[in-house]
Ligand binder design. Structure first.
Ligand code: UDP
Length: 423
């Protein structure tokens, strides 16, 4: 006889699943953990999502649904700390994780860790108490460090941890075939990798008609709208988009609008990138038709995607790229960099276009091809929606993860009678 204890710890030290998305350092990982957690709970899992508490005002426990909650543990000072400076606080995180277990009489047999910092926590828990580990990288140092100029001090530590977890976890979840390929070619030939993509809410995205969305946002129906959604981080390549729009044939048509959506907190790291981007826009004389609506909340996002003619994802590197599938679910074609997970989600010439990262003329050309061909734009949008429906719904993703987890929480019981007599 087999018993299955459907309980899982999702560990996301720096990506709080209960926090507002789009702010400094809060992006795809937060969305992923929250949605996976909630969808798993609907499948009968008891889901506890562990993250780091960053202020005394934050609740220590946030209940999302009956079987799904976020648990905030103290590790270091109660303030925001950039992820590159968090490693030294992880032992305290583990200590408080174990304390939580003791106080609640729980021992997690399975943990799904997210990002390299949490992978270290998972590896320690395996040593200390035999917790089995599933891991998702969300970003690979080995790829990322090839795309940035200033390599942080923590780089060598991160690369070593990323290698160790690949070789030791029960299973690694790659979110695209491209990510798996990077793990194999740049990290290690050892270790078990499954591919399970990220997902999106196919009911929310796609629920608004373009005309209604434009009316709501006060945008003329004839205007061509180019949209960016995401964090202000140099790796996101917003500069490429801005320079490409500057080269668009529609640049001086009075019918073009560039919307750069995403959060920024003055004085913080995304604020610096935002200031830089605003500076380029001023220098190029694009201020009149460019808007920065700031942080787009969950209610307004579907409207922005629906209002856009094209959504541009110009990242230098993107392990998956949720924004691309959110736009696609909203029947908006995507122009994206030909990198990482975007090569998997965006089908070139079918659901959008891919262009070499940082290649301004190629982006300008791709954006214009779509904007100047409304019929083709609609066709791409419809195909995009279909692709997301068939491959990237959260419910579908959670079913695949549930199947994977089940292999690790099933325990054979030699003597079934024991179950009835031991109580
Ligand atoms: N996002 C948001 N509001 C914003 C900007 C971004 O909710 O103002 C969300 C966006 O919808 C997406 C996530 O943040 O779900 C970004 O994920 P992605 O994988 O594209 O990039 P990451 O931030 O992980 O690099």
């Amino acid at each position: 006889m087999i018993i299955t204890e459907k309980r899982i710890a999702l560990i996301s030290v720096h990506g709080d699943p209960a926090i507002e998305i789009g702010k400094e350092e809060a992006g795809g990982q937060n969305v992923y953990v929250r949605n996976v957690g909630e969808a798993l709970a609907k499948l009968g899992w008891q889901v506890d999502m562990f993250t780091r508490k960053v202020s005394a005002e934050q609740d220590s426990i946030v209940q999302h649904s009956e079987n799904c909650r976020t648990i905030r543990l103290e590790a270091g000072p109660l303030e925001f700390i950039p992820r590159d400076n968090l490693f030294g606080y992880l032992p305290e995180f583990i200590e408080n994780f174990r304390k939580f277990q003791d106080e609640n009489n729980i021992t997690y047999k399975l943990a799904h860790t997210n990002y390299w910092l949490s992978s270290w926590v998972g590896m320690r828990l395996k040593k200390l108490q035999g917790t089995q580990q599933i891991h998702t990288y969300h970003s690979l140092g080995a790829v990322k460090y090839n795309t940035i100029k200033n390599i942080p001090l923590i780089a060598s530590q991160r690369l070593a941890v990323e290698r160790e977890v690949l070789e030791s976890a029960e299973r690694i979840v790659a979110t695209s075939p491209q990510e798996k390929q990077h793990m194999r070619s740049l990290v290690s030939a050892k270790g078990n990798i499954d591919i399970i993509p990220c997902g999106t809410d196919i009911e929310r995205f796609g629920s608004v008609e373009r005309e209604a969305a434009r009316t709501q946002l006060g945008i003329d129906q004839e205007t061509k709208v180019v949209l960016y959604v995401g964090r202000f981080d140099p790796r996101k390549g917003i500069e490429t988009l801005v320079r490409a729009v500057n080269e668009s044939q529609l640049r001086n048509s009075n019918k073009l609008k560039l919307i750069i959506g995403g959060g920024s907190t003055p004085g913080n790291s995304d604020g610096i990138e935002r200031d830089r981007i605003e500076g380029i826009i001023k220098e190029l004389g694009m201020s009149e038709f460019t808007v920065f609506p700031g942080l787009l909340n969950q209610e307004s996002l579907p409207t922005y995607y629906a209002a856009a003619d094209v959504c541009v994802v110009p990242s230098h590197y993107e392990p998956f790229g949720l924004v691309a599938i959110e736009a696609m679910a909203s029947s908006t074609p995507v122009v994206a960099s030909d990198v990482g997970g975007l090569q998997f989600t965006v089908v070139h010439e079918e659901t959008g276009l891919l262009a070499p990262a940082q290649d301004v003329p190629a982006f300008a050309n791709a954006i214009d091809r779509i904007l100047l061909n409304p019929e083709w734009q609609n066709k791409l949008g419809e195909a995009a929606r279909k692709r997301v429906e068939s491959k990237f719904s959260w419910d579908g993703v959670a079913k695949q993860l549930s199947k994977l987890y089940t292999q690790f929480v099933q325990q054979p019981v030699k003597d079934p009678l024991f179950l009835f007599t031991s109580a």
